[in-house]
Design a protein around this ligand. Structure first.
Ligand code: NAD
Length: 478
């Protein structure tokens, strides 16, 4: 079995108590790696290391050009070692290697390149004043950042947090999800190799409640908490952070509405709608898990959609041709399967587009479920889409807005004015028209309602990971 330790103060180390846990490969349904199991003591060691590196070390004082050079070198190493990183995430969580190798790893390298360049190239504002003074903004690094990540895009979500934090001169303690620990340790090893100084990027493995996660969120030495995960976990973290008034960025759950109007290009709508719900076996916060289809095209759309779903290749995630692997863990598999039962109890009818295999659930369509059913309202986080017809634009918007979540929505139409009207009416953080999952890292990313607090991306990440300071100077008359 492979071993992955914590990385604290530039060293890969065991837990203080020597405890370990096993990471399970969900395709083989067997342990594949031994992981250091951290406690509050290990979290404290890492926070103190990050604190020292911030207060006394060179990183916050290096300047954007030198930091950017090191972060680009880290991006190079991520690309060079892409096979190792992709295999780590695929083995930890069963995501097809075509996605980890083809998407998550390149995007992780891009996160470092983008934020290194963004920090270097962003000007600060100046405010000439009539009173004989002028003011300008100084973007000081915020300090020690606790980054707590989910298991569904392990390396990609971790780098989405670590890259802007480091680019703006902060030091970091990263806690990956306990289901997907391996790639975080590899990332920290590569950061040291790239020249990131000891203590600047620490990784501590462990659980959330009463463990590493909780200890990080309660620490008075932490200046920012960036969290991605479930909305209920976001609530617990908000309560913990309130003790020290630590600023938070929360990227939480979703129940994305995907609205297909009768005038849509059906080939395009089917292709994107399949990707929106079945990519990563539906374990995507942005998944289009509520599919609202205008009633005049419902039968034709459903026939095409189920045919396309049945054609998806399921199986061994290490096979480059596989499109759907198993779910990430046995616990999560049981949760998704329980929703299939709930869907039927609520009046839904299941169309399974394939056969179950191990901890895999085949692409599944639920029809006839009411809008208020649990299967329509709650985040399932699996390859399960609820299809509901609508009659007109107003009804589509009302149905789409009728959940506690507000992360994102998709709409398919050829009518430009309608696309703009509907986009404005949707209470979400991102709307994709005639596409899905296309990102510009300068754009705001985050959720409305129970899907999050705050935005990250480009200047939004700068606001969060810095302490913008106003400096006001008098200009003497002579
Ligand atoms: P989760 O909330 O169970 O766990 C996420 C992380 O939080 C893990 O590292 C976990 O150990 C830690 N944690 C749990 N309880 C904690 C506590 N009390 N204090 C501190 N840390 C704690 O989420 P998950 O199951 O890993 O991920 C799936 C969820 O993430 C879904 O709801 C999904 O929608 C969401 N997600 C959101 C986005 C987004 O950008 N909005 C992106 C990806 C995933």
């Amino acid at each position: 079995m492979e071993s992955f330790g914590h990385v604290i103060d530039g060293e890969e180390v065991s837990s203080h108590e020597g405890a370990t846990f096993e990471s399970i490969d969900p395709w083989e349904r067997a342990p594949w790696a031994s992981i250091a199991l951290g406690s509050a003591t290990d979290a404290e060691r890492a926070v103190k290391s990050a604190r020292r590196a911030f207060d006394e070390g060179p990183w916050p004082r290096l300047g954007h050009t030198e930091r950017g050079r090191i972060l680009h070198r880290l991006a190079d190493l991520i690309e060079e070692r892409g096979d190792e990183l992709a295999l780590a995430d695929t083995t930890d969580m069963g995501k097809p290697i075509a996605e980890t190798r083809g998407h998550d790893v390149p995007r992780s390298a891009q996160n470092f390149r983008f934020f290194a360049d963004h920090a270097r190239l962003t000007p600060a504002e100046t405010f000439p004043m009539q009173s004989g003074h002028h003011a300008y903004t100084q973007y000081d690094p915020a300090g020690v950042v606790a980054a707590i990540a989910p298991w569904n895009f392990p390396l990609m979500m971790e780098t989405w947090k670590v890259a802007p934090a480091l680019a703006w001169g902060n030091t970091v303690v990263l806690k990956p999800a306990e289901q997907t620990p391996a790639s975080a340790t590899i990332l920290a090893r590569l950061a040291l190799e790239a020249g990131v100084p000891p203590g600047v990027l620490n990784v501590v493995h462990g659980y959330g409640p009463n463990s590493v996660g909780q200890a990080l969120t309660e620490s008075p030495l932490v200046d920012r908490i960036t969290f991605t995960g479930e909305s209920n976990t976001g609530r617990a973290i908000s309560r913990a952070a309130a003790q020290n008034l630590t600023p938070l960025s929360l990227e939480l759950g979703g129940k994305g509405a995907n609205i297909v109007f009768a005038d849509a290009d059906l080939n395009q709508a089917v292709e994107w709608s399949i990707k929106a719900i079945y990519t990563n076996s539906g374990q995507v916060c942005l998944a289009g898990s509520r599919l609202y289809v205008q009633e005049s095209i419902l039968d034709e759309f459903l026939a095409r959609f189920t045919t396309a779903a049945a054609a998806l290749r399921t199986g061994d995630p290490k096979d480059p041709d596989t499109q759907l692997g198993p779910l990430a863990s046995h616990e999560h598999y049981e949760k998704v399967v329980s929703y299939l039962k709930i869907a039927q109890e609520d009046g839904g009818r299941l169309i399974a587009c394939g056969d179950p295999e191990g901890w895999g659930v085949p692409p599944t369509v639920v029809v006839d479920a009411p809008q208020r059913a649990r299967v329509t309202q709650e985040e399932i986080f699996g390859p399960v889409v609820v299809v509901i017809p609508f009659s007109d634009e107003k009804e589509a918007v009302d149905l789409a807005n009728d959940t506690p979540y507000g992360l994102n929505a998709m709409l398919f139409t050829r009518d430009l004015s309608r696309a703009h009207r509907v986009s404005r009416a949707l209470r979400v953080g991102t709307v994709w028209t005639n596409c899905f999952f296309v990102r510009d890292l300068r754009a705001p990313f985050g959720g409305a309602k129970n899907s999050g607090v705050g935005r990250e991306g480009g200047a939004y990440s700068r606001e969060f990971f810095t302490e913008p300071k106003a400096i006001v100077m008098e200009i003497a008359e002579n």
